[in-house]
Design a binder for this molecule. Structure first.
Ligand code: ZN
Length: 280
């Protein structure tokens, strides 16, 4: 059964990385004004540095947290004990916010050994999962574009994320599909089919030509060349039931007044998604 043409609207969310330089309450007010019902907070942007104040700020405006960014970094420069402590704190904060999903940036390959990094990532996730399940928070493995292999994530294709999540196979583990990270993949259609049932978070950003920066060169939906409607539409058609977060790290976007920015994003997403088939 399919829903009405705008069935995606209650599922729209602004990922806070899109408004990195705006105040958190300013962003929440902009979402209320634009009719966007959810936000994905980042941990360094809590209102007054306090997760409970952030929850109250959401509740007071009738907004919800679609996910929390971020946990992970099971590999890299910090010790396993430090990673464990920080990831447990992130799970507790997600629960405090009422965010159903904690997004994992899994951690880089720092010694030239991708397979070893993936093993460490799997062990870290398996260690964290019982704690996440106790808090009813779903962990989401986000595959990154391969250009981030040495800095952010050893999980660099959607297939690789599905393989990892299938190997662990736990009800509190899923996948975050970010259009910016996966759009280039020649195996994407098959990978999306594999991923659909395990996808718990969707991030939308476009691929600009030329790309001005690896980290902060992402485009607003419609400004680039990625097949956003194909990717998001395919997931919706295949039964993805979660939120659709717009996550655009871009200094020009950050310089836009946040009220105008959120309104613009809502208009762009309507252009992208209105009329797409959505399983209701
Ligand atoms: Zn993302």
């Amino acid at each position: 059964m399919t829903g009405p043409a705008d069935a995606w609207r209650p599922r729209l969310s602004i990922n806070q990385a899109t408004a990195e330089t705006s105040g958190t309450e300013e962003l929440l007010d902009a979402c209320v004004a634009a009719g966007v019902p959810a936000v994905a907070p980042w941990r360094h942007k809590y209102v007054g540095g306090d997760v409970r104040r952030t929850r109250r700020a959401l509740d007071g405006r009738g907004l919800r947290a679609s996910s929390l960014c971020r946990g992970g970094f099971f590999t890299g420069t910090r010790s396993p004990a430090e990673a464990r402590r920080d990831n447990r704190a992130a799970v507790e904060e997600a629960a405090e916010l009422g965010a159903p999903v904690l997004v994992l940036v899994c951690g880089p390959v720092h010694d030239g050994r991708p397979v070893a990094a993936v093993d460490l990532i799997q062990a870290g996730i398996e260690d964290l999962l019982p704690f996440a399940a106790d808090h009813d928070v779903v962990l989401a493995v986000e595959p990154f574009h391969p250009m981030f292999l040495a800095e952010r994530s050893a999980i660099v294709t959607l297939d690789q994320a599905v393989d990892l999540v299938e190997r662990i196979d736990h009800p509190h583990l899923g996948i975050a599909v970010d259009t910016y990270h996966v759009w280039w993949d020649p195996r994407l259609p098959q990978a999306l089919e594999r991923a659909a049932a395990r996808t718990v978070s969707v991030h939308v950003a476009d691929w600009l030509v030329p790309t001005p920066s690896v980290l902060t060169g992402r485009g607003l939906p419609g400004d680039g060349v990625a097949d956003l409607a194909g990717i998001v539409g395919g997931l919706l058609r295949d039964g993805y039931e979660g939120s659709i977060e717009v996550e655009v790290l871009n200094e020009d976007v950050w310089a836009t007044p946040v009220g105008a920015l959120v309104g613009d994003i809502r208009t762009r997403m309507a252009g992208l998604l209105d009329g797409l088939e959505v399983v209701a």
